[in-house]
Every structure is written in C-alpha cells, then in structure tokens.
Ligand binder design. Structure first.
Ligand SMILES: [Zn+2]
Ligand SMILES: [Zn+2]
Length: 490
C-alpha cells in the first residue's frame, strides 16, 4: 500500500462545495473499476452542479479552513517550482510519444477501431498508473476530463484530441517543451481563477492545484498509450519522481514498478535526498549543501547550485505569490559534445531526439550508438575497430545533420556487423530491430530495394575525420579520465 499523503493539499479542496463523500472509495489496487467508478461519479456530480455563479475557491468560505492549513507560502512555492519543471518534462516526453503514435504511426485509426470495453480498460489502466505515481487520488476531483466516456469519445476531451492539442502546442518532439501547456476546462478554469486581492497563500495553493491537475492528466495520457502498447509504466528518464522522497518511497530507476511519490507534498526537511539542481538522489548526505539563504533546498555540488540559481532565486526566501512559477524556464534540448546542428529542412524525429538524449548522458561519452532493446531499455554500442568507429561517427554526423540516406545506410551496415559480432558472444540483437530503429530515427525506408537505389556514400574527408577525432577527445576529456582500453588509439 502506498503511504497516505501527509499534506492537506488537494485533500478537501478538490471536492468543491459538495459534502464529504459518505463512503470511502474502493481500494484502487484491489477493485480498479469500482475505484474509477467512484471518482467518475464524484467528479461528474461536482462539475454538474457548477454553473457560472458557482463560487470560486476564493469566494467559498467553506473552503477557507482547508487552504489556510496547507503550509507556508515558501514551502508550497518550492513544491510548485519543482513540480512545474517536472510537468514540463513530462509534457516533453508525452509530445514525443504522441508524435510517434499519431504522426509516424497509425494510432488514431487503431484507437477508433477498438471495442468500447477495450478502450474502457485502457483508460482505467492509464488513470490508475497516473494516480499510482502521483499518489494523489483526490486530484481526480479537479480533473473532469479523466472519465472513460470523455477519453474514449471523439469530443473535445477525447484522447486523440487532447494529444493533438499538445502536439500543436509544441511540435518539435525533442523531449522538451518550449513552455508549459495547461489543459483548459471552463468550469475548472472558473473554480481556480482568482482576483488580484486574493491572499497570496490562496493564489499559491491554487497554483499547486493547477500543476497537480495537469500532471495527473499528462500522466494519464502517457499511461493509456503505454498500456495500449503493453509497455510497463514509464519511470522518469532521470529517475526524478518527486522532489522530496522519503527513504520508504525511494525507488530504483527503470525497474518498471509503480512508485508512489510525494508529488506536491511540502518538503520533509529531515530527508534531503534529491539535489534541486540535477535531481539526482544523493546517497551520501555529507556532500549535500543547503541554500544558505532560505535553508530550504539541497544541492550535490556548487555547480548544481549555480546552475539552479537563476530559477531558485525567484523563490528563495521570498514569501509572496509568484505567478511566473507557471511559466518555468524551458530546458535546453539535449545534445552531446559535437552534436551537429540541423540542416535547413531536416526535421528530427522523436526517436532521433531520444538517441541524442542517450548520447548526452555522461556515461555515454565514449559510446557511439544506443540500440533500444525494449521500449524502456537500451544497450550502448562502441565498435572494436578504429576504422569502423571513425567511419560510423562521420556517417552519424551527416545523418544527424541532414538525414542523409547514404550515411544512414553506412550506419546500418556497421551496426549489422556489430549485431552479428554481439550474437557470436551470446548477446541477441536482431538485424530487424537495428533496421527498424534506424528507420524510426530517420523516417526512412531501409528495405533492400531502397538501399540498392540510394545514391553512393562519399568517403569521409580529412576534415571530417579530424573533426570527429577532436570531438572524441573532448568527450573523453569531459570524463576526466584516460582513454578506455580498445578505444581510439591516437
Ligand atoms: Zn546536483
Ligand atoms: Zn534558497
């Protein structure tokens, strides 16, 4: 059983003006359908009774006793700052997945063709996965969008329409969003609107409700798509699940299990396990340093503190409402040392952006490619031969810059040879998987016929080779170590 949320936030506020529900909801882990039906009924009843003159949270004296005990503005703001960044990160991932499904794939037609029962099952599974990660069942009471009927249908709150809205918001698919997307629903927008004269604490609480609500919607959409593809739930690629995890909730990365996090909880000051800069869980507390000014956030290093300062200074020791927390600074797209610029007219696919993300990781600096072995795991590739390695890097540069087909074919040939070599030592990597991944990454046809008809590959120039060798040296230098054995011998 996930631990009960300790914060009052969303506990009562989400239930609007309705009286306390009389019976508790069924346990979601035991009776998923019953649990879903309970919340659908509650949220539908809540918003059905809302009209234009329904009191906003600000105008509802009955709600005051709840939001007044939510915590200090500084604490809630700190959560909002973190959760806003996390929401943007999730949106970036969802948009990439949505583009792959809707634009590169055939998901819209597949979804339309599914039986009503199957859609129902997938929607409930999606909401269940989302709530398990958030551990905030009550956030459902601010999400009238999350019903089987709404998401299954072709209306405004249908799954496909919601995904398309996100793609339209930021169609780059580079696993980042340029700015935060917030789902709009007339009654919720009214309920959570406020006037300038509303107390700062209420405004800050409302901001946290908006973030929590959007996060649950985004996670639900991700969950439905994953469930449709029989994939395990996504764990955040950086292992970031929430800013303030207690030891009990600590999770391993990429293990595919459900992880209750403490999204939206105020920080537990006695447990400082996550660096506010890089979001890594820091096991060795002796290396953590506190922000000296507010004593509220922790960092694993001076670099992380410096990097986070432009963002943290907005909330550090500041006890007033900050509307900009709903428009966090966008993260830069991933790139690795020597990542080429994109040529005019070439659009990188989400799969290619994922490859770039893999390669940008510190432990990938000496690797040249990542083969996705399952939807959530990859194995890194590094060639044994110097010639192959250099040729691959030059081809990779051309392909990533312009999508050059002959360069992609060279990559394919080298990777297939590598797959055969790996098979010899007992690692199964099917040639078809290699081909399919490159096809996804570059949106090209790599059938035998397409390859036969492709223009020839121009041999690497001296400049290209020197450039790649220079970048390789920089990558290795960035690790602060010597060349791994078997790597380039200069
Ligand atoms: Zn850090
Ligand atoms: Zn501070």
């Amino acid at each position: 059983m996930p631990p009960k949320p300790t914060s009052c936030l969303t506990h009562r506020i989400g239930s609007g003006a309705r009286a306390e529900p009389s019976a508790p909801p069924p346990d979601k882990h035991i009776d998923r359908e019953g649990w879903n039906a309970y919340y659908e009924k509650e949220v539908t009843a809540k918003y059905a009774c809302m009209s234009a003159d329904y009191p906003r949270l600000e105008d509802s004296p009955a709600q005051e006793k709840y939001w007044k005990t939510c915590g200090t503005i500084a604490d809630i703001k700190q959560g909002n700052d973190y959760n806003g960044k996390m929401l943007m990160h999730e949106e970036g991932i969802l948009i990439a997945v949505a583009i792959e499904n809707l634009h590169d794939g055939n998901f819209a037609a597949e979804w339309k063709g599914l039986a009503a029962d199957k859609k129902k099952e997938l929607v409930i599974e999606g909401v269940y996965r989302a709530v398990c990660v958030a551990d905030r069942d009550l956030t459902r009471l601010t999400c009238p969008e999350l019903t089987v009927k709404g998401l299954s249908g072709g209306g405004k709150y249908g799954l496909i329409k919601m995904l398309e809205r996100l793609i339209a918001h930021d169609p780059t698919g580079n696993l980042r969003v340029s700015n935060m997307y917030l789902f709009s629903h007339p009654q919720v927008d009214h309920e959570l609107s406020f006037t300038e004269k509303a107390p700062d604490l209420l405004k800050t609480v409302i901001q946290s409700l908006i973030l929590a609500r959007n996060w649950l919607i985004v996670k639900t959409l991700v969950g439905i798509l994953e469930a449709h593809h029989n994939e395990p739930p996504t764990i955040h690629p950086n292992g970031r699940m929430g800013p303030h995890r207690s030891g009990k909730n600590k999770t391993d990365r990429h293990d595919g299990a459900y992880h209750p996090s403490q999204f939206n909880n105020p920080p537990k000051k006695e447990v400082p396990p996550v660096c506010a800069g890089c979001h890594a869980v820091v096991a060795d507390r002796s290396v953590l340093r506190k922000c000296a000014r507010c004593q509220n956030v922790w960092y694993c290093s001076r670099e992380c503190q410096k990097k986070d300062w432009p963002s943290h200074k907005k909330i550090c020791g500041n006890d007033s409402f900050d509307s900009t927390l709903l428009s966090p600074v966008a993260e830069r797209p991933d790139e690795f040392i020597g990542c080429p610029a994109v040529a005019l007219g070439f659009v990188r696919s989400p799969a290619l952006w994922r490859q770039i993300w893999y390669l940008s990781k510190r432990d990938s600096q000496t690797q040249v490619y990542h083969l996705e072995t399952t939807p959530k795991h990859s194995t890194s590739v590094n060639f044994s031969g110097y010639e192959d390695q250099l040729l691959f890097l030059v081809a990779r540069r051309r392909a990533m810059a312009s999508g050059s087909l002959p360069a992609i074919i060279v990559m394919l040939e080298i990777l297939l040879a590598e797959a055969r070599r790996l098979e010899d030592i007992g690692k199964k990597i099917s040639p078809e998987k290699v081909r399919a991944q490159l096809e996804r990454e570059y949106r090209v046809d790599l059938s035998a016929r397409a390859i036969a008809e492709a223009p020839p590959f121009h041999q690497p120039t001296m400049e290209e080779c020197e450039e790649e060798i220079r970048f390789s040296k920089q990558r290795i230098a960035s690790l602060g170590g010597d060349l791994p054995t078997g790597y380039f011998r200069y």
